[in-house]
Design a protein around this ligand. Structure first.
Ligand SMILES: Nc1ncnc2c1ncn2[C@@H]1O[C@H](COP(=O)(O)OP(=O)(O)OP(=O)(O)O)[C@@H](O)[C@H]1O
Ligand code: SF4
Ligand SMILES: [Mg+2]
Length: 411
C-alpha cells in the first residue's frame, strides 16, 4: 500500500444489522441452476448536457457506461457503490423510466432497451420498482387503498368490485392492517409507508423487482423487519431482485451475488464469498474496509480502514484508462493508458483491474498486459498478440483466468 491511502483506526461502530436479522431469517442462498430472468449487456446511459439558451448539447453525463450482468430467476443481484456511480440510473433503465443510449436488456425474450413505450406497457406488470424514500414516493393526497389499487386499475387485472378486497389482501401480505385502506400516508410510520410501497409494487405479481435503496431511509431495527418481509415475499412469489443499496451488510444478507459500480462501470462482480471474503479490486476492498460488520472478512482479519483520498471524478469527463486511478492506492502507468477488462478470475467472480489480488497481495506486474498486447507500462508491445475476445459478456464462462496458478481454471 502506498502513502496515497491513509490507514485509520476503526471508528463509528453501529448497531449490527446482521445481529438483528440472524435470529429470524438466514441469508438468501444462490441457486446456480436458475435461468436468467434479466440479461443486461453493455448498457449505456449518457445524459445530454444542454446550454440554457440555444439548447445545444455541449457534453454528456456518462451515468452508466457499458454495464453487463445477469439477474437469475427468483434470485437477487446487489448493486453497490458510492453516491453518483450510476446505480439508480441502471435501475431506472430496466424499468424504462429512461430509454438507454445503447446496449440491451433481455427480459422474457424482449429487449427492454429497444421496444416502444406501447410494447413496454404489458411488461411493466412484470417489472416493478420499490423506491428509496417512503415519504416522497407516496402521494400524500391519496388513500392507501387508492395507492395500492392504482396498478390494479391501470392494468385492469381485477374486476372493479374486487379491487378493494385485493388491496386488503396485499396490505395483509405486507403486514399492515387491511382495515387501514382508507387512511392517508401521513398516518403511517416510515417502515409502514415502505410496506405500502412494497404492496403497490407487489400488486401485479411481478417477476422482477428493482429495489432502489429500499431500506436506507429506515432505522436499522426497522430495516431488518422490512428485509425479512422482502425475503418472505421473494420466496413465496419467486420474485427476482435487482437490489440497489449503500449498505454492504444489508446487501450481503439479501443478495447471493453482488456487483460493485464505480463511475458508471462495474469494477467487480461475483457471488457473496468472492466479493465479501475474496475481493480483488482495490475499490471493493476500500468499501468493505469501511463497514464494521463485514470488515474482518474483507480485510483478512485486519482491522484497518482504507480511506480513499480525493473526490469521485466527474462522469462528464471521466479519467482515461481505469476510472478509479485518481483515487487508487496502487495505480501505475498502465492504469492511465488502458481501461482494464472485466476479467473472469473465478467460477463466479470477475474483476476489472490490471493488478487484481487479495488485499496486500496485488501483483507488481500488470496481469492484463499480455491480453492487451502492451508492455508493463502500457506501451504497445510489438511482439505481443492481444486477445480479441475481451468484450464484456454478461454472466460467467466455464473457463477463467486462474490468478493463483496463472492458468486457465475450469468449472
Ligand atoms: N436525469 C439526469 N440528467 C443528467 N444527469 C443525471 C440524471 N440522472 C442522474 N444523473 C447523473 O448520473 C450520475 C449517476 O446518478 P445515479 O442517480 O444513477 O447515481 P446513484 O449511484 O444512484 O447515486 P446515489 O447513491 O446518490 O443514489 C450522477 O452523476 C447523476 O448526477
Ligand atoms: S487498474 Fe490500476 S487504477 Fe484501476 S483499480 Fe487496478 S490498480 Fe487501481
Ligand atoms: Mg441512487
Amino acid at each position: 500500500m502506498t502513502e496515497d491511502a491513509t490507514i485509520v483506526e476503526p471508528g463509528e461502530e453501529r448497531e449490527s444489522f446482521e445481529e438483528l436479522v440472524k435470529h429470524t431469517h438466514s441469508a438468501n442462498e444462490l441457486d446456480t441452476s436458475a435461468p436468467p430472468v434479466l440479461t443486461v449487456e453493455n448498457l449505456r446511459m449518457y445524459f445530454p448536457i444542454k446550454t440554457s439558451l440555444m439548447r445545444r448539447t455541449v457534453g454528456h453525463v456518462q451515468a452508466v457506461d457499458g454495464v453487463s450482468f445477469v439477474v437469475p430467476k427468483g434470485g437477487a443481484l446487489g448493486l453497490v457503490g458510492e453516491s453518483g456511480c450510476g446505480k439508480s440510473t441502471t435501475g431506472q433503465l430496466i424499468t424504462r423510466l429512461y430509454k438507454p443510449t445503447g446496449g440491451s436488456m433481455t427480459f422474457e425474450g424482449h429487449d427492454l432497451a429497444s421496444i416502444s413505450n406501447r410494447e413496454m406497457k404489458p411488461l411493466r406488470r412484470d417489472v416493478q420498482m420499490i423506491f428509496q424514500d417512503p415519504y416522497s414516493s407516496l402521494n400524500p393526497r391519496h388513500t392507501v387503498g387508492s395507492i395500492v389499487g392504482a396498478p390494479l386499475r391501470v392494468h385492469d387485472v381485477v374486476p372493479k368490485n374486487k379491487t378493494l378486497s385485493r388491496v386488503q389482501e396485499l396490505l395483509e401480505v405486507v403486514g399492515l392492517n387491511p382495515e387501514h385502506y382508507n387512511r392517508y400516508p401521513n398516518e403511517f410510520s416510515g417502515g409502514q409507508r415502505q410496506r405500502i410501497g412494497i404492496a403497490r409494487a407487489l400488486a401485479l405479481q411481478p417477476k422482477l423487482m428493482v429495489a432502489d435503496e429500499p431500506v436506507s431511509a429506515l432505522d436499522v431495527s426497522i430495516q431488518a423487519q422490512v428485509i425479512n418481509l422482502l425475503q418472505d415475499l421473494q420466496r413465496e412469489f419467486d420474485i427476482a431482485f435487482l437490489f440497489i443499496a449503500h449498505d454492504l451488510a444489508v446487501v450481503r444478507h439479501f443478495c447471493p451475488e453482488v456487483a460493485v459500480m464505480y463511475l458508471g462501470k462495474i469494477v467487480e462482480i461475483g457471488d457473496r464469498e468472492s466479493i465479501y471474503a475474496n475481493a480483488h479490486h482495490p475499490y471493493t476492498q476500500a468499501l468493505l474496509s469501511a463497514v464494521p460488520d463485514v470488515k474482518q472478512a474483507a480485510t483478512g482479519g485486519r482491522r484497518e480502514r482504507i480511506r480513499l483520498t480525493g473526490d469521485v471524478p466527474s462522469p462528464i469527463d471521466p479519467p482515461s484508462g481505469c476510472r478509479f486511478r485518481t483515487r487508487c492506492p496502487i495505480a501505475q502507468e498502465i492504469c492511465a493508458r488502458h481501461e482494464p477488462p472485466l476479467l473472469q478470475i473465478g467460477k463466479r467472480h470477475k474483476v476489472a483491474c490490471h493488478f487484481p489480488g487479495r488485499l496486500g497481495e496485488h501483483p507488481r506486474e500488470p496481469l492484463t498486459a499480455r491480453l492487451l498486447g502492451v508492455d508493463a507500462s502500457g506501451q504497445p508491445d510489438p511482439g505481443a498478440s492481444p486477445a480479441t475476445d475481451l468484450v464484456e459478456q454478461p454472466g460467467y464462462a466455464d473457463t477463467w483466468f486462474d490468478l493463483d496458478g496463472k492458468t486457465i481454471g475450469r468449472a
